[in-house]
Design a protein around this ligand. Structure first.
Ligand code: GLA
Length: 529
């Protein structure tokens, strides 16, 4: 994939374009107004998680209830890194119905060591060591959907504690076997239990639209399924995926930073889908600011599947910091035009989808996609990576059968990519063997794969234990957290800190993102003062 090099924006430029984007969205956005009575306070206001839609991989589409094992998940994790998906922003990964835990006689969850010999904490450490985030799965009822694993009903606080001990960063919570339970009360209790467990996680609610979660779930978690499953395991279902996209787009007003409509995992790269259909699905999901959770077998991908999933120019639309969800402007049953997605630099995304078989040629007029009719605009084709223009009044677009033209439209020729953050590791492990005081350091490096700069990271020193200090070095695209441990006076034992770093736009105070990583310290002997 060739990614057009764009001039990097300075911090203040990022602020200006954010403000410009917000102003433009207020004046020209054709989206319907925000729904009344929506609880506007998002849960992410406190934890800073999922301010852009979560990206990752999840096993259900490819593997269903087929036995999952630590070996399989590690192979997927390795493929996620080597295929380039990690560098495109995919981070959350882990098992689901992999029969990975059971409930012991004491009521506590225990890892299935036959399938996961390192235990679920060991698997989490492996994932964190690769600079990825750990995703786990459970159910709000008495059992998970396959009935093979226990659900959280009656054990909400104990189970969320177990997930925190395994160091999960993302928990998908299904809604099977929940007869008689009040959905809002149940998920609220689970949210409370997660907070009590002390480890912030992306809370992914999965009631398939039951209980209208878009109305209330943003105050509890970060994303909620809006529809039924996108396919049966093993085989993509094109017609169902398109139906789901058209159902999910109607919920656009409910989405925003930290609160996302989830139309389910993607089917890109699964058997039963053509290349054009894969492109269309990816365009839909990016246009709808959906969580980008790949569902295909990452160990076995064609070049075209990798190119679709790692198209950073398309990912940039999904990961745009304004977090607007695009929607259908008009649909004649054959061709549909999607817009309503203002972007952080004042540009806008548009998508033309052709449901038919041969070819459609149509003109997109500027006033249909949120610009003024008289504007002269540049058009970036996000699949061919070509820029044309300036075009007066609109642009002519040709699109093939089951295919989508995915465009970014702007008053300038630059199409900056917002920050896409990739870590070298999320786990620092240090060992102090001597009885004399020493200073040990371990680093976490974060690289921004976008073309726009990020303001400096801040770690609140008051949030750290006395034995740990953190300094942030570097600048531009790469910043390193230098973690220094001072062992003076520490007793023999194991120490742990979860470090939170915040990236705050310096003038507006608007949070850009928060990241968390673990620091483990093993002290082998009592250390002198
Ligand atoms: C439900 C969910 C799926 C998957 C399975 C696991 O069907 O919607 O995404 O998690 O349960 O059993």
């Amino acid at each position: 994939m060739t990614l057009k090099k764009t001039a990097p924006c300075s911090t203040s430029a990022l602020f200006v374009i954010l403000v410009t984007g917000i102003t433009l969205s207020l004046t020209l956005d054709p989206r319907p107004a925000s729904p009344q009575n929506l609880q506007l306070r998002a849960h992410s206001d406190t934890d800073g998680l999922a301010l852009t839609p979560p990206m990752g991989w999840y096993p259900w589409n490819a593997f269903g209830e087929a036995p999952q094992t630590e070996k399989l998940i590690k192979e997927i994790v390795d493929a996620l890194v080597t295929s380039g998906l990690k560098d495109a922003g995919y981070a959350y990964v882990g098992p689901d119905e992999g029969i990975c835990f059971s409930r012991g006689p004491d009521g506590k969850l225990t890892s299935n060591l036959a399938r996961y010999p390192s235990g679920l904490r060991g698997l989490g450490d492996y994932i964190h060591g690769k600079g990825l985030k750990y995703a786990l799965y459970t159910d709000a009822g008495s059992k998970t959907c396959s009935t093979a694993m226990p659900g959280t009903k009656g054990y909400e606080f104990e189970d969320m504690r177990a997930f925190a001990d395994w160091r999960a960063d993302y928990i998908k919570i299904d809604w099977c076997n929940s007869e008689g339970q009040d959905i809002v009360k149940t998920y609220s209790l689970l949210g409370e239990a997660q907070r009590a467990a002390g480890r912030p996680v992306v809370h992914s609610l999965c009631s398939w639209g039951e209980g209208y979660p878009w109305k209330w779930a943003g105050a509890i978690g970060h994303m909620w399924r809006t529809t039924t499953d996108v396919c049966a395991p093993g085989q993509a279902d094109w017609a169902r995926a398109v139906r789901i996209a058209f159902a999910n787009e109607k919920l656009a007003p409910f989405a925003g930073p930290g609160r996302w409509n989830d139309p389910d995992m993607m089917v890109v790269g699964m058997p039963g889908l053509s290349e054009a259909q894969g492109r269309s699905i990816f365009s839909f999901w990016c246009m709808m600011a959906s969580p980008l959770i790949a569902g295909n077998d990452l160990r076995d991908m064609t070049r075209s599947t990798i190119d679709i999933l790692t198209n950073l120019e398309a990912v940039a639309i999904d990961q745009d910091p304004l977090g607007a969800q695009g929607h259908v402007v008009w649909d004649d049953g054959d061709v549909s035009l999607w817009a309503g997605k203002p972007l952080f630099d004042g540009s806008r995304a548009a998508l033309m989808f052709f449901h038919g078989k041969s070819k459609a040629r149509l003109r997109i007029a500027w006033d249909e996609v949120g610009f003024a009719a008289a504007d002269e605009l540049y058009v970036r084709n996000l699949w061919t990576h070509e820029t044309t223009g300036p075009h007066a009044g609109g642009v002519d677009v040709t699109v093939g059968g089951s295919d989508a033209a995915f465009l970014r439209i702007s008053k300038t020729k630059d199409f900056p990519i917002p920050p896409i953050l990739v870590a070298d590791t999320y786990l620092v492990s240090l060992r102090a063997a001597g009885s004399r005081p020493e200073k040990l350091t371990g680093t976490v490096t974060i690289t921004n794969k976008g073309s726009s700069d990020l303001p400096p990271w801040r770690v609140d020193p008051k949030s750290l234990p006395p034995w740990l200090s953190v300094a942030v070095t570097g600048g531009g695209k790469t910043q390193t957290f230098v973690n220094t441990v001072a062992t003076a006076g520490l007793k023999k034992g194991a120490y742990h800190a979860l470090v939170r770093a915040d990236n705050v736009e310096p003038i507006s105070g608007r949070p850009m993102s928060a990241l968390y990583y673990d620091v483990d310290l093993e002290v082998v002997r009592n250390v002198m003062r």
